[in-house]
Design a protein around this ligand. Structure first.
Ligand code: UP5
Ligand code: MG
Length: 190
């Protein structure tokens, strides 16, 4: 990113834990720009990029797209933005994502917001979402849960060992979760 100095908060949590929902609230109240890695990848499929078919297959299988692809999209979005405060939602998803992002961008997150929710509740939310996502079917949902536990939880544990994780009970109703999110961001910007 060269000269541009940025503040980054990673927003992590299982599939359907409410990352996107809460990021929209944070944007409104705290002036961050929301970058959902999944949304950027889905936009890349739609744009007809040469990587589109590969990305589509990985998402359908709940697999993690190679870091270089995702990091390029995130970097481009940060460069194109006038803002200097970003919520990076749904990334990094594995240790390799995390290390590559640090190496390539030299950015370390201010903190990591972690939305903790049971699989039972997340499954219910995803099956009710009805936004036509290719990966919101029970087969893919189970694969996403498995990848989350095996690959993404270790990233949360890594940041926890650095004292950077702010864990939120994401099983509560949207407004109650946002109350907890607000208290974290209020003390951060103060
Ligand atoms: N909802 C939200 N909060 C609620 C609450 N408190 N109570 C009741 N309902 C609540 O919410 C999901 C649904 O639940 C919505 O209907 C919402 O209204 C309701 P949402 O806010 O969308 O949850 P979110 O955590 O964002 O769920 P999402 O499905 O987006 O999470 P994933 O992590 O699975 O999806 P993502 O888009 O990040 O990634 C998709 C795929 O892309 C991955 O599986 C992977 O294949 C690929 N990917 C990569 O390879 N690399 C990346 O870096 C990122 C993605
Ligand atoms: Mg999302």
């Amino acid at each position: 990113l060269g000269e541009k100095k940025v503040t980054v908060v990673f927003v992590l949590g299982g599939p359907g834990s409410g990352k996107g929902t809460q990021c929209a609230n944070i944007v409104e109240h705290f002036g961050f720009t929301h970058l959902s890695a999944g949304d950027l990848l889905r936009a890349e499929i739609k744009s007809g990029s040469e990587n589109g078919a590969m990305i589509q297959n990985m998402i359908k299988e709940g697999k993690i797209v190679p870091s270089e692809v995702t990091i390029k999209l995130l970097q481009r979005a940060m460069l194109e933005s006038d803002n200097d405060k970003f919520l990076i939602d749904g990334f990094p998803r594995n240790e390799e994502n995390r290390a590559a992002f640090e190496r390539v961008t030299k950015i370390l997150p201010e903190f990591v917001l972690f939305f903790d929710c049971s699989e039972e509740e997340m499954e219910r939310r995803l099956l009710n979402r009805n936004q036509g996502r290719d990966d919101d079917n029970i087969d893919t949902i189970r694969k996403r849960f498995k990848v989350f536990v095996e690959s993404s939880i270790p990233v949360v544990e890594y940041y926890d060992s650095k004292g950077k994780v702010k864990k939120i009970d994401a099983a509560k109703p949207v407004d109650a979760v946002f109350e907890d999110v607000k208290s974290i961001f209020s003390s951060f910007s103060a």
